[in-house]
Design a protein around this ligand. Structure first.
Ligand SMILES: [Mg+2]
Length: 150
């Protein structure tokens, strides 16, 4: 298992957003793969959604079988400021990988630790979001490669 810490954004990465909360296709499998590579104690949530709201969302995802059990108790990063400073996750930012769909949130000096994903969007209509989205599959592969290269 790697000694890296994986920081995951919530909205636009794992789900559409905190309102509609559509899980991205393959979410459960993705999180399980992340657990195999990083260990769930080394995975955290780095989001602008407040913790209390996040916990409700997480517990719904678990209840509906869209996320593994441990996801409910995942480490939540408390942060302040206009950037997601990786030092909130670990003193040594070289040990952190952040997955986010919005690069401006990441400090310029920490951008090399970012894996950017395409935003998982809620459609403007009441239709379901794209259920053919494969981004989490690609992402799991990318993370595995990255860990192998360490
Ligand atoms: Mg986002």
């Amino acid at each position: 298992m790697s000694n890296l810490i994986l920081a995951l954004d919530l909205e636009g990465v794992l789900i559409t957003n905190a309102i509609s909360q559509f899980p991205r296709p393959g979410l459960r499998q993705f999180l399980t793969q992340c657990e195999e590579v990083f260990g769930h104690e080394n995975i955290c949530i780095f989001t602008k959604v407040p913790e209390r709201r996040f916990r409700v969302i997480a517990s719904t995802l678990v209840k509906e079988n869209n996320a593994p059990r441990w996801f409910e108790n995942i480490r939540y990063i408390d942060w302040v400021g206009e950037h997601k400073d990786l030092r909130f996750v670990h003193d040594d930012i070289e040990k952190v990988i952040i997955v986010d769909d919005y690069p401006p949130y990441i400090k310029q000096t920490q951008k090399h630790r970012l894996i950017q994903t395409q935003e998982y969007k809620q459609p403007y209509t009441h239709a379901m979001p794209d259920i053919t989205d494969k981004e989490l599959e690609f992402l799991a592969e990318k993370l595995k490669e990255l860990v192998l290269m360490q």
